[in-house]
Write a protein that binds this ligand. Structure first.
Ligand code: ADP
Ligand code: MG
Length: 274
């Protein structure tokens, strides 16, 4: 049984305009963890680097339809979605075609292309049996607040913000928070922050602890209890085209992503009940 209401799909944008904070790693591994506890998940790769696609085992040559086709051509998400090695986990891949999107999309509807595609998916799912519908859509954003990220934030119900436990972690975070407020005031009035996830935490350093404390002071209960540890196995997995749960199920990184998935499902349940 899915944790979400039958037919209800939650769309989460994984966003932070800083690069290298763990957005893609979280898209891949949270997606896998959610699927492993029985949720059907669609990851939409919205980064021209296509790292989420590669990390989920989709070769660059095997991406006949990508998120570019969704944004430019109005191709349906289901037509672009590819299965992965994880049962219940699908990906709409990306490639460098996305680089040109700012220049190619010039109409007034340009920030809403993905929102319209997600709405069409949700409408189509109402006609499908529950076991064929997606409980979660996770959008892996590029490292900037560009048109692609605007599309993700317009399409999303909520944002999931990975924050790396390093010295400059909070730099840019207030800017991201302002941007989310601005988008709520304009493009997407119901956008929320689902939560903030601390990534690449090193329990041996006082710096990691200090950053974690600062992020908790800034975001309060929005910060998940689960902290993703710095773990070399997590960094190795993408070069094998595998999520960490398939690469090394028992490592600390895998277990942390499972815990995060459970916490997110729990938060969604509470929100729905409220
Ligand atoms: P972003 O998508 O925000 O740019 P990535 O998810 O690509 O960030 O992560 C940046 C780098 O850090 C990658 O090389 C990734 O493998 C590595 N990384 C991410 N999370 C972890 C972790 N928990 N432990 C170790 N390395 C990690
Ligand atoms: Mg990335």
């Amino acid at each position: 049984m899915s944790a979400t209401r039958a037919g209800a799909t939650r769309t989460l944008a994984i966003a932070n305009q800083k690069g290298g904070v763990g957005k893609t790693t979280t898209a891949i591994n949270l997606g896998t963890a959610l699927a492993s506890v029985g949720e059907r998940v669609l990851v939409i790769d919205l980064d021209p680097q296509g790292n989420a696609s590669t990390g989920l085992g989709i070769d660059i040559e095997s991406r006949p339809k990508t998120s570019y086709d969704v944004l430019i051509g109005g191709t349906g998400l289901l037509e672009c979605a590819q299965p992965t090695a994880v049962p219940g986990l699908y990906v709409v891949p990306a490639n460098s075609d996305l680089v040109g999107i700012e220049a190619e999309l010039t109409d007034a509807n340009r920030p809403f292309r993905l929102r319209d595609a997600v709405s069409a998916l949700v409408a189509r799912q109402r006609t499908l049996p529950p076991e064929q519908t997606f409980a979660y859509v996770l959008i892996d954003c590029p490292p900037s607040l560009n048109l692609l990220t605007l599309n993700a934030l317009s399409a999303a119900n909520a944002v999931l913000v990975p924050v790396q436990c390093e010295f400059f972690a909070l730099e840019g975070i207030s800017q991201l928070k302002e941007s989310i407020d601005q988008i709520r005031a304009t493009l997407n009035p119901t956008l929320e922050i689902q939560g903030v996830v601390l990534t690449m935490h090193d329990a041996r350093t006082s710096l990691s602890k200090e950053v974690a404390d600062n992020v908790r002071a800034f975001f309060g209960p929005k910060v998940y209890e689960t902290i993703i540890p710095r773990n070399t196995r997590v960094a190795e997995a993408p070069s094998h085209g595998k999520p960490i749960l398939l690469y090394d199920f028992d490592c600390a990184g895998s277990q942390a992503y499972i815990k995060l998935a459970t916490e997110i499902i729990e938060r969604e349940r509470r929100n729905q009940a409220a």
